[in-house]
Design a protein around this ligand. Sequence first.
Ligand code: TXA
Ligand code: MG
Length: 331
Amino acid sequence: MSSKSVNSIESAVHALANDRLVAMPTETVYGLAARIDRPLAIEKVFKTKGRPSFDPLIVHVASLEQAKSLVSSWPTSADILAQKFWPGPLTLVVPKNSSVSDLISSGLETVGIRVPNHPLALELLTKCATPLAAPSANRFGRTSPTAIDHVRTEFPEAIASGEVFILDGGACDVGVESTVVRCEDDQVTVLRPGGVTKSELEAALRAANILTPVLFASENKKVASPGHTEHHYMPTKPLSVFWGSKAEIDAHKKQLSPQFQTISLNSDARLAARELYAALRSADQTEGKSSLILYRETQSHDELWQAIDDRLKRAASHRLGSPPSDQPHVI
Ligand code: TXA
Ligand code: MG
């Protein structure tokens, strides 16, 4: 690690200890981090994002041991999944203890916890020695940031005033947010699809001889993710998303009028996830175009498409066709 980034980490640790926020790189998207033991800073996270207080924050930790210090119980399924997927794009929702304030959990009895897989985030968490609550570093409802320049356009004033300190960790590798999973003794529920797929969760539990079933939220009405609203991840210009075969897409493109800015998603799901938010942002900023159309070819059956399609459905103001993963069990 260069001396410049060491200095940056130390400045970030100092900022966090003084109730300021840090734009922290993770492998999924950038987070807007505050120490969980600084209520003033936690309030600033909600205020800076314009986030409603009913939407709980994910708490980021450096290790499994630190995660356990935040909970009142730790189901076996959580233990297996944490050991298999941490550090990585998986958030475990488990019963919290009093070290997690109601402000962070939005009054829920549970807390979402994850260990991010990014060297700067891990170094920051280790040097802070305190867990960091961090939502994605975008204004509420808008497209998530996958590069530091995206964060700069979200919060120019707070960054200029020093209220938000930025740590540049390069482009995010996964590109869509973590899978959020509620762990209970008798079942595991996927509240938000993300970088870890349902099949991967099932395989990890099976390999450890744990028979707990894995459900989608639509199959388990008693749990909910309050922030997972119908409209989210939205660019400022109206976005239409077109799901279809290559032939259908080509035919549609021929009829387009020039005011549309088009985006074609990569047909490889990993690359599509990595590029999605940057592509939306750059199309949104193209001058002279009033509307966006995103094309997503539906041939590939990689399960990661469920997370991408979930984001596309919420980002779209208009849908053309529907994703193949749009089955009754998908939230
Ligand atoms: O990849 C990620 O998860 C990124 C990076 C920064 O870690 N974070 C992120 O945070 O996407 P945010 O706040 O944009 O989304 C968190 C989601 C929301 O839908 C929220 O409602 C849900 O997780 N969530 C958090 N705590 C929860 C809880 N206790 N119960 C149910 N849902 C929870
Ligand atoms: Mg978000």
